[in-house]
Design a protein around this ligand. Structure first.
Ligand code: DHB
Ligand code: FE
Length: 291
């Protein structure tokens, strides 16, 4: 059977992608950001998954106001890199895993979560920046990402957005789906976006480091309680774009300590990083391994 071995959490700031693509990673401003991922890149090569299930949000790139899926699973064989206005990022295309993605869609929908199934989708910085942070710079013509990726897009851009509680429950359904797949795949689940930031209005530039660090503490230690935080608290405390953090609860809900009827041994925190600023955003990053 397939199993979830670890979860990774990281912010997805577009300027991080630009810093990588333009060779600015050693500039003092960016070096501080990238230093938080040195361990992670080594860890990923030493703990290479067979598939990454990557929870992210689309930023009006693949979707628009015409169609707003709350939860969308990518079941395609591959995904093109989106042009977000500056040309597509010079990174390899994303190869999918249609068999596992279709199985997860079947299992999760039968488990009462209504997913949108997407067979064609360009992927934006929400997905490619986390991949770049964890894998380092790659040549689009010579290299490939280390493994197939299943993109899972969550609407946190256009209200109404899903609650943290719903996201946490969905993570549990995703774990059940993975564990019922009849092939011994090592799957990692990544929750991306956040941390506190607001890109618009009178509070633009808002960062709340105290709230962010408490979120990281609680994500590890009391995720079920954290999942009860209403969306208005994210917006009030972490800014209008801080609501991206509900996606982290999907990944956390998929960890084995959350499973009903299990011993519930807490996951091992193998890495934690927090830094302000990166563009307009607080960067947070965690790696949790299943006990
Ligand atoms: C920034 C952060 C985001 O999450 C995003 O989607 C766009 C911009 C920023 O910090 O500039
Ligand atoms: Fe974003």
């Amino acid at each position: 059977m397939a199993r979830i071995t670890a979860s990774v959490y990281t912010s997805h700031v577009p300027a991080i992608g630009a810093a990588l693509d333009l060779g600015k990673t050693t500039e003092p401003y960016w070096q501080k950001v990238f230093s938080g991922y040195e361990f992670s890149k080594r860890w990923l090569t030493e703990n290479k998954p067979d598939v990454v299930f990557l929870v992210y949000n689309d930023h009006a790139t693949a979707f628009s106001l015409e169609i707003i899926p709350t939860f969308a699973i990518g079941t395609a064989a591959e995904y093109a890199i989106a042009d977000e206005g500056w040309g597509p990022r010079p990174v390899p295309k994303v190869v999918g895993h249609p068999a596992l993605a279709s199985h997860i869609a079947q299992s999760v929908i039968q488990d009462d979560f209504d997913l949108t199934i997407v067979n064609k989708m360009d992927v934006d910085h929400g997905l490619t920046v986390p991949l770049s942070l964890m894998c380092g710079a790659l040549d689009p013509h010579e290299d490939a990402w280390p493994c197939p990726v299943i993109p899972f897009a969550v609407n946190v851009v256009q209200y109404p957005v899903p609650s943290g509680r719903r996201c946490f429950q969905l993570g549990q359904a995703i774990r059940r789906a993975v564990e019922s797949y009849d092939e011994p795949l090592r799957v990692q689940i990544w929750g991306t976006g956040g941390m506190s930031h607001q890109l618009q209005g009178p509070r633009a530039g808002l960062i709340n480091a105290e709230w962010d660090n408490r979120f990281l503490d609680r994500l590890v230690a009391e995720p079920a309680k954290l999942a009860e935080v209403p969306h208005i608290e994210y917006v009030r405390e972490a800014g209008s774009e801080g609501i991206e953090l509900v996606m982290w609860l999907i990944a956390r809900g998929a960890m084995s300590d959350i499973a009903a009827g299990r011993a519930g041994k807490a996951p091992k925190v193998v890495h934690r990083f927090y830094h302000v600023p990166a563009s307009n955003t607080a960067v947070g990053h965690l790696i949790l391994e299943n006990a």
